[in-house]
Design a binder for this molecule. Structure first.
Ligand SMILES: Nc1nc2c(ncn2[C@@H]2O[C@H](COP(=O)(O)O[C@H]3[C@@H](O)[C@H](n4cnc5c(=O)[nH]c(N)nc54)O[C@@H]3COP(=O)(O)O)[C@@H](O)[C@H]2O)c(=O)[nH]1
Length: 883
């Protein structure tokens, strides 16, 4: 139909023939609409019937309602039409695509051919709109654009995938590329082990969007609904209309702020695992159609595959790194590592680490291919080996400490730990052995053990090891029906030397004696030190049953001990007392044998020392008595059982008593008066001599002062001092205190010291002697002639008196030798300007000889026996002393 006739047939309006130009016939093909507007007034003059089809309004209403033509156009498109109408000139044509809003809400896209013509008759300008519905084409174009956008993204991502170094750069690159190829934003979220989603790919400008996302993305949360849906269904989730979503969630509000209107959440998963989500945002609502979604799904799958590949690669690299680390650890380990085949019986070594080479001295080449028992050398009889062999055959872990030998043959202690290594099929293919060289620890253990069981000074077994050895020896003797000798050795006069010469000298002496004892017995015999100067020998009967051999040993020991020894240039002769107890006669257990040997030893000592005694039951009683006596002596001071007797010392020239020697006695309640020879030795051994010595000193000074007060002016009192007292540190102070307390003038006290105790440690004793001498006290050397005096030193001693031992006096009138010795001592004393006193004078002849030799003073039974103080007073009164 021609346009003119169409206009006439469809409208009752006046004809607008001038609007029908050459192309007019083409204007009203099917599906088109035509309307004519009076331009100046924007009034519709005419509309074709198609208005109803396209706009959804009747053409009458379209013409009658002057604003309807504009309202039908989507608000967003109106302005461009208005602009065009303002600028269009007569004869001009334009094409414009506009979106139409229909009353039913469905949008249509209309392409308008707009032409402006003039009615020269009226001067009006008319605009002719011929619209074609291009809705379908429009949709196709949009879909195509979206597909193109997705395809561009996919293509660009391939490049990223090909070059990404790791997961992070992969995802960041993908997101950047997707954002650059037409989407508003892309970010990926990876699922962590705790379920949290870590976003990757957000740029700094989207940071607050990320912050808004944090709450829904948190661990254990559901994420956004779309994310939660995608994760749950493993399918893409689309949110196409943010604007119409009325939920006030922070992320939605942030999205709106950024101009995001739609989003697509794509799960990224491999076959087994959900790896994360890939999120794509578009600025337009309803942005994602099925085709684009399908394309982006393929992109997400491709990314997921690449993620998996990265993870596999990273896993492999981590595994390789861990393996390398373990290899390095084995190589660098301080412990030796051996890997050997589990194939019995050889268990050949396949690998050794450098520490093995270092510890054993064998190179890897020398060890590989061998059984590791080559480290045992010939030492195959070791308890730990049983455990290792059992562990190997039972295919289990095992450990033991073994003696191994280095290449140079030296021993090292190997703390070995073996463990089976299983292959993929769980069968044991290898054993790995870790070896620690614990030799220093073992040596330390040995030292500790040695220290615990040996005497530090001599290196001999101590009491604890002795008990062990004795126990074993008894068991051995019992099994073989042999006898066994337990010999207790105590050195005579050791305490004297130790006290007077100092502990260093004493230690030196003990070492010499211990060597001598050891070299006197068989190597299999035990020589132990109990402490002090006490040694014990355990002598099992010889296999040949020759009992006399033990007696020979005892004699050998005595001979060895008594050999002279030199300490600090002085020669000494030291005897020993030995007690022997024999298994089984004298006891069948260590304690009894030791106790009986001890009893026998004391008997030997009581007999004067330097001898040995076999135990007899009678001795036991004596020993008990001795113990009892020791106990009683401890209490004797408190019970006031000690007393002093006094023996006069007579001046030969004037025939007067010039002094008294104080001599201790023990007034025992049952045993009567006991002389010092029976208890002074015990007092010295037990240390009781110290309190006893102080008591003697004080009592003697008091008595002397008393006699002086009775008129015996200048009477001197002589007090014996044992070697033990002499070295007590506060001796000088003690003497000074007693003199001060008793009021006795110092020159009236004479301290008697034995020659041997003074001579023992000359330099030290010189100091003590000078200190005592400085108090004004007299010093006397007792028993002179029996010890080993050095005349040179004697000259240096601040002594006043030499006391000739009574053994020389005894035969002075009978033997010329003794007379000569005494004459020499007297001459010596006088040359040194010393007084000389002779003790033990019993006869007139003795007195006469001594007087003839010029001896100054005498003491002895000839004048008086030692007497209690009361009787001495009678002696004073009677003047009974005959000179
Ligand atoms: N540390 C202390 N030792 C003391 C003390 N009192 C005594 N002793 C020491 O005991 C030794 C023995 O003393 P004692 O049994 O008293 O014998 C003395 C005299 O009784 C005895 N003596 C005196 N004259 C004669 C005699 O003519 N013949 C003879 N056979 N014996 C006689 O000699 C002893 C005195 O000797 P000495 O001391 O060497 O002058 C005694 O040797 C003291 O070492 C004490 O308190 N502390």
């Amino acid at each position: 139909m021609r346009l003119a006739s169409l206009l006439q047939s469809t409208s009752r309006e006046p004809a607008y023939g001038y609007l029908l130009d050459a192309d007019g016939d083409a204007l009203l093909q099917d599906g088109r609409v035509l309307w004519i507007m009076q331009l100046q007034q924007r009034r519709i003059l005419h509309a074709s019937i198609g208005v109803e089809e396209i706009y959804g309004h009747t053409k009458e209403r379209f013409v009658a309602d002057h604003s309807l033509w504009l309202e039908c156009i989507a608000p967003g498109d109106r302005q461009q039409l208005q602009t065009l109408l303002t600028t269009i000139g007569v004869g001009q044509s334009h094409t414009l695509s506009l979106r139409i809003n229909r009353p039913d809400g469905s949008p249509r896209w209309i392409e308008y051919q707009i032409k402006c013509l003039a009615d020269y008759a009226t001067g009006d300008m008319h605009v002719r709109f011929v619209g074609t519905d291009i809705t379908t084409r429009h949709h196709l174009e949009i879909a195509l654009a979206r597909s193109n956008r997705a395809l561009r993204a996919i293509t660009a991502c391939e490049d990223v995938i090909g070059h990404a170094a790791n997961e992070s750069t992969l995802l960041q690159g993908i997101c950047d590329v997707v954002t650059a190829t037409g989407y508003q934003l892309a970010w990926a979220g990876l699922i962590e082990s705790d379920g949290a989603i870590t976003p990757i790919g957000l740029t700094a400008k989207h940071q607050d969007y990320l912050d808004a996302m944090k709450v829904p993305l948190g661990a254990g949360g559901n994420g956004t609904i779309a994310i939660a849906t995608a994760l749950r269904t493993r399918r893409p989730a689309v949110a196409n209309y943010f604007a119409s979503d009325m939920s006030p969630t922070p992320w939605r509000l942030a999205a709106m702020r950024y101009g995001f209107h739609s989003k697509l959440v794509l799960p990224m998963a491999d076959q087994d695992t959900m790896l994360g989500v890939f999120n794509v945002y578009a600025s337009e609502p309803d942005a994602f159609d099925a085709q684009e979604v399908a394309l982006l799904v393929s992109l997400a799958q491709r990314v997921a595959m690449e993620l998996r590949a990265h993870r596999d690669r990273a896993g492999r690299q981590a595994a390789e790194a861990a393996l390398r680390l373990r290899e390095r650890a084995i190589e660098c380990s301080a412990n030796a590592i051996i890997i050997s085949s589990a194939r019995a019986p050889d268990f050949v070594i396949e690998y050794v680490n450098p520490a093995f080479e270092r510890i054993t001295g064998y190179s890897a080449a020398e060890a590989i291919g061998k059984n590791s028992n080559f480290l045992l050398g010939t030492d195959h009889d070791q308890p730990g080996l049983l455990e290792i062999r059992a562990a190997l055959s039972e295919r289990r872990e095992g450990k033991a400490v073994l003696r191994n030998y280095r290449k140079d043959g030296s021993l090292f202690w190997n703390d070995l730990h073996i463990a089976p290594v299983t292959g993929d099929d769980t069968r044991t293919t290898h054993f790995v052995a870790a070896m620690s060289d614990i030799t220093p620890m073992k040596q330390y253990e040995t030292t500790l053990h040695r220290m615990a069981n040996h005497d530090a000074l001599t290196g001999l077994p101590n009491r604890s090891l002795l008990e062990d050895r004795l126990e074993n020896a008894i068991n051995y003797s019992a099994r073989n029906e042999h006898s066994l000798w337990v010999v207790l050795v105590d050195l005579d006069r050791f305490k004297l030397i130790n006290d007077t010469m100092g502990h260093q000298a004493g230690d030196h002496l003990l070492k010499i004696i211990s060597d001598r004892l050891q070299s006197s017995v068989r190597e299999s015999d035990t020589v132990a030190r109990l402490g002090g100067d006490e040694f014990v020998l355990v002598l099992p009967e010889c296999a040949d049953g020759n009992a006399s051999s033990a007696a020979d040993v005892i004699q050998r020991i005595m001979d060895a001990v008594i050999q002279p020894l030199t300490i600090r240039g002085n020669e000494y002769v030291l005897g020993c007392s030995m007690g022997v107890a024999v298994y089984p006669n004298d006891g069948t257990d260590p304690a009894t044998l030791m106790a009986h040997a001890d009893v026998a030893m004391y008997r030997a000592k009581d007999n004067g020392g330097n001898s040995f005694q076999f135990y007899t039951p009678v001795m036991h009683d004596a020993a008990l008595k001795r113990l009892q006596l020791e106990y009683q002596l401890r209490r004797a001071i408190e019970l006031d059982e000690l007393t002093l007797h006094y023996q006069p010392q007579v001046d030969l020239r004037h025939g007067t008593i010039v002094g008294m020697e104080a001599l201790i006695r023990w007034n025992h309640p049952q045993m009567g008066l006991i002389t010092p020879g029976s208890f002074i030795g015990m007092a010295e051994e037990t240390g009781l001599i110290l309190p006893i010595g102080i008591w003697v000193l004080r009592t003697a000074c008091l008595q002397a002062k008393k006699w002086q007060d009775m008129g015996h002016d200048n009477l001197r009192i002589a007090v014996n001092l044992s070697a033990r007292q002499f070295v007590q540190t506060d001796l000088t102070e003690t003497i000074a205190d007693i003199l001060q307390q008793t009021g006795l003038p110092p020159h009236c006290l004479e301290i008697e010291l034995t020659e041997s105790s003074v001579m023992a440690d000359i330099e030290r004793h010189l100091l003590i002697l000078h200190a005592i001498k400085a108090l004004g006290v007299h010093l006397s050397v007792d028993d002179f002639g029996t010890g080993h005096s050095s005349l040179a030193y004697l000259k240096r001693f601040p002594i006043d008196t030499l006391k000739i031992d009574r053994s020389f006096v005894r035969d002075i009138a009978l033997h010329q030798d003794d007379a000569s010795i005494v004459a020499t001592i007297i001459a010596l004393g006088h040359n040194l300007h010393l007084q000389v006193i002779a003790e033990g004078v019993e006869t007139e002849n003795q007195m006469a000889v001594l007087r003839a030799q010029g001896c100054d003073q005498m003491q002895g039974y000839y004048f008086s026996k030692p007497l209690p103080a009361e009787q001495i007073e009678a002696l004073f009164l009677d003047q009974q002393i005959t000179v």
